[in-house]
Ligand binder design. Sequence first.
Ligand code: AMP
Ligand code: MG
Length: 348
Amino acid sequence: MEKVYLACIVARDGVSYPSMADILRITGDPSHDAHHVRSAASVIRSGGIVALPTETVYGLAADALNPSAVAKIYEAKGRPSTNPLIVHVASLDGAKDLAATWPPTAQKLAEAFWPGPLTIIVPKKAIVPDAATAGLPCVALRVPSHPVMHAVIEEAGTPLAAPSANRSQAVSPTRAAHVLKSLGSAVDVILDAGTTQHGLESTVVDCTVVPPRVLRPGPVTIAELERVVGRVKADDAVIGDELSRASPGMSPKHYAPQAKVRVVPMAKLAEAITSSDAPVAVLLIGGAVLGTSATKVQMPAEPVAYGAVLYGEFHKMDDAGMKTIIVEEPPSAPGWEAVRDRLRRASA
Ligand code: AMP
Ligand code: MG
């Protein structure tokens, strides 16, 4: 595809950004969108990188079977070469084509949650290059449900390696504007389809062990996994050194905005505000904090809705120049694991 350089684009949310990337807007008009999907797929087939929406966050996609294309993802993100990528395929059969063995738990989970925000780790076949798995003998696989992502995989005719479309360790993008802010001209094309649905990265489950082990909590909750495969191993204590060895890339610090994040119980909010670097923003679930000049944001009291807007708030607070983001500690009730995990890493 001929590349058109634009000096400035206006993203779907109405904000202007300087950019060297092509921004292709998905409008819902099938013939118009099919053209953009073909453009993105042709960039991918020729070894380029494309930022595109998934149902979790925006991804930065390349041909997973092309090591030099995969290398461009690491370079654009500044991602350590030890951190493996998730490989996205169009179907369960497409996943099995890349797996050396397909454990019964992988089958059950795939049937229950694909297409959707669940990543399954299984032993890899030799056709999956070491570049995509950071040299590990296993590959992380997912069938995404987002129609644009799905269409690009089909059109490209190859599995897509796609981590989140942001600089390594930063907050994942939930809009095209976030991709531009973080990666700018490092990407060839950005497909803009508005705000992503879940707003948090996929649940990652290692199916090479019995019982399967949750390496990263996400939109598919522990309770939902357990309804399908019985017990899964998932405890907060594995996050840290042990988990970093099992799953390189799950470092304690990740998903962090520029502002310092502090997670604080409700009773200590007022004290935290006065002892933090200003300007301060507070993400609240419960009641208002009286008598403070801090910027207050009322967050949803339900974990799915909370997760969907969390990164958007982080991006907004960074754009507004906040020095500290104080987050009212969310409940420890089931279903909040993914939100609590991301807040723990954002504040590490
Ligand atoms: P991200 O691309 O940022 O969504 O992160 C994907 C995460 O999935 C990585 O950071 C790893 O922790 C995990 N992962 C991906 N591939 C593998 C693998 N082959 N084995 C273990 N963990 C993996
Ligand atoms: Mg990421």
